[in-house]
Design a protein around this ligand. Structure first.
Ligand code: ZN
Length: 80
């Protein structure tokens, strides 16, 4: 039971996200859209604004700081 709680805490802290996910950031893009598609995962995360197709490269740590929530998880069905 303790282990389960601990796992959940880690998941919350890590904010699970993956390639192809649509994410919402703390601040919307200047174009007014706040939905970004993750198009590259690595040391840096590349995401593309779904409103104007502008893409941004962010270090993973900064991406995680700015991430508010995952709107659509692309990999959810494949992993299980
Ligand atoms: Zn935009």
């Amino acid at each position: 039971m303790l282990a389960t709680i601990k796992e959940r805490v880690i998941q919350l802290q890590r904010k699970q996200f993956g390639l192809g996910d649509i994410v919402e950031m703390k601040k919307p893009h200047p174009c007014g859209t706040n939905a970004w598609k993750v198009i590259r995962m690595g040391m840096d995360i590349r995401m593309k604004c779904t409103g104007c197709n502008h893409s941004v490269l962010l270090p993973r740590a900064r991406f995680e700081q700015r991430l508010k929530r995952v709107l659509v998880s692309a990999g959810e069905s494949e992993e299980s």
